[in-house]
Design a protein around this ligand. Sequence first.
Ligand SMILES: [Zn+2]
Ligand SMILES: [Zn+2]
Length: 239
Amino acid sequence: MIQFDCHVHSVASGHAFGTMEEIAAYCRTFHLDGFALTDHGPAMPGSASWIYFSAIRMVPRELQGVKILRGIEANLMDYKGQLDLEDSLLKKLDVVIASFHDLLIQPKTRQEHTQALVAAAQNPLVDILGHTGRGGYDYDIPTVLKACRDTGTMIEVNRWTLKGDPSNSICYEIARGCKELNVPIVINSDAHTADQVGRVDEAYELVRSLGIPDEQIINRTYASFQAHQEKRKPWLDFS
Ligand SMILES: [Zn+2]
Ligand SMILES: [Zn+2]
């Protein structure tokens, strides 16, 4: 069971439909610990500007008894791992996911995709590599997972990527690699409406079917995720 969903979009993304209050109310009803607001970075058409991310510290740490972390799903903009928000702003966010989106970056070679993901994993401001099992950006899985293991960067198993099919071979291969190399995992909904938050059953079953222990799933509770982030980002105050 996943109690803290750390990949959730709100209306600020421009193509998602829940407000922060609606998402918190949903979490409260279904007894989830909370969620991270991770709206798309400014390069995504229709998403929030850098000003939104600079003001996000106004978001309360708790709403209706539900924990909220302040984050972003930043866009990988080139094959050197460049993101679409400047470092001084990324540094203030509790959770930074880095993802490829084909609206913004055209797939190239396996080597270039691998290079970008390794650079993102090695960026101390990036916490999670988002939906790397989605396909379209084929990469060398062991190379990227080793970079994650060495840096503590988390690999996301994303509910949408699985599309209800746990036999999705890329996700399976990635999760198996995470087990072998002891890479920290997060299991997320990537919700674009409030009612999708925390709905990750297929992804959770996939991970558990491989015998991955609970301790390796960092967002099993708010407390476990917070403890991980406090170590990664000692300059932030999570209290
Ligand atoms: Zn995404
Ligand atoms: Zn997303």
